[in-house]
Ligand binder design. Sequence first.
Ligand code: G3H
Length: 491
Amino acid sequence: PVEMREYLVNGELQPWKGPTQEVFSPVCARKADGPERARIGSFPLMTEADALAALEAAAAAYDNGRGEWPTMTVADRIAHIQRFAARMKERREEVVRLLMAEIGKTAGDAGKEFDRTVAYIAETVDALKELDRVSSRFVIEQGIIGQIRRAPLGVTLCMGPYNYPLNETFTTLIPALIMGNTVLLKPPRHGVLLFAPLLRAFRDCFPPGVVNTLFGSGRTITPPLMRTGRIDVLAFIGTSSAANSLQKEHPKPHRLRSVLGLEAKNPAIVLPDADLNVAVEECLAGSLTFNGQRCTAIKIVFVHESIADDFLALFSRTLAAIGIGLPWDPAVMITPLPEPGKTVYLAGLVDDAVRHGARVMNEGGGTVSGTYFHPALVYPVTPRMRLYTEEQFGPVVPVAPFSDTAEPIRYIEESDYGQQVSIFGRDPQLLATLIDPLVNQVSRVNINSQCQRGPDVFPFTGRKDSAVGTLSVSDALRAFSIRTLVAAKES
Ligand code: G3H
C-alpha cells in the first residue's frame, strides 16, 4: 500500500499526522468478478487551515509578481521544468502501476497517459521558446514602438479529473508554471496516490512555494480558498456544476481567470454511404476506450435508418470479442470502474431506456459483476430516454436512428454541450455540407474517425457547457498568461 503521510508546502515536505482517507482499488485482488475492493493506500485529509497555509506559501512565492519565479527568465524557468520532467521519467513504472490500481486504466492506456504527459511537457517548452521569440519582437504602429510581452497571472488552483489524473492535471499545471504562476495542486479524488512518487521531484525542482499540494476532500478545502479572493486562476477539469460552485465562492469573480474542461455528449453521425467497418471500429473505440470515461468519448451514435441493422449487427459482433478483465491483461479493453455506485447509475440509465422501448442489443450487455459493467449497446434511443441527453461517462453505447441529417444536426444545436462530433461517410460533397454548420456548433469535427483530444498540440476546447479557454500546448500558454504591452513613442 502507498500510505501518503506528507504534503508539499513552501518547498518542504510537511509530515502529516492528522486523519487520512483510505484508498480502495476497483481492481479486485482475488477474483476478477468479485465485489471486493482491495485497500491500496491512504492520503492526508487536509483541513481548511492547512489549505489556507498552502495558499499563503503560493501567494508569498508569487509576491504580487515580484517573486523569484514570476520574474525569472524564460530560459531559467524552462530549465526547472526540464529538470522536473527528467526526475518524473524515473518514476514511470510506479506511476503507471498506480494508474492501473487506482482507476483501473489498462496497462497500455496508463503507459500512454504517462508518456503523453512527458511529451506534453517537451512540446510546451518548444511552444514557449517560440512564443518568447515572438514576444521579444518590437512592432511599430502609428508612431508607437511596442513590445507585446506575456506576463503571469498569479496564484493558480489546478484541479484535474479522475479519468486522467496525471495527464489532465499536468495539462493545466505545466503551462501555469512555465508562464510564471505559482500553483496549488489538488489531485482528483481517485488518482491521488500517483502523486506520492512525484512529491520529491516537485520539492527538488522548483523554488519554495511555487508548487504546493493539497490532499483531501475538495468540498472541504477548495471553497475556503476561493472565498479569500486570492486565487487568480481556476484551472479545473471536471463537471460544470463543481466549476460553477467554485467560481461563485470568489468574492470578485471578474478578477478570476477560469480555464475549464467540462462535460460533453459527443455524437457520431453515421451516414448511409459510410464504410461500416471503419464506423464500427471508430465508434467502438471512441465510446468504450477506458470504459467510456473520457470527456471526449462518443456518447451517442446517430445511424441512418437504412444501415442501422447492419451497423448494430457488426457492432454487437465486435463487442462480443472485446476483453473484459484486469488492467494488466493486454487483451482487455473493459476494466473495473473506480467510482463507487457507478454500476448502479449506469444500470439505471439502461433500465430507463428499456422502460421507454429500447433494447440491449448485445448479449450480456448492461450486466453488473462487482465493479465491472458489461458494455451495453442500446437501441433505439429516443428523446424520451435519459441516455439521449445525459452524459453517461461509462460503457454504454446509445444508438439513435435518423432519416434526415437535419435530426442529428438539430440535436447538436440544441445540446447544452459543444465539444466534438464524428461524421462517417464517403461522399465528400455530403460531408462538406455537414462540416460547415457543425464547425459553428462544436470545437472539433472528426471525419471518419473517433472523437479525441490528441494529438495534444491541436486546440482542445469546447462551446457552451463543455469548456472555457483552450487547453492545447500553445493555446494553454496564452490561457495562463496576459499580453502586456510596453509602448514608447518613436523619437
Ligand atoms: O477526458 C478527456 C481527455 O482529455 C480525453 O483525452 O481523447 O485523448 O482520451 P483523449
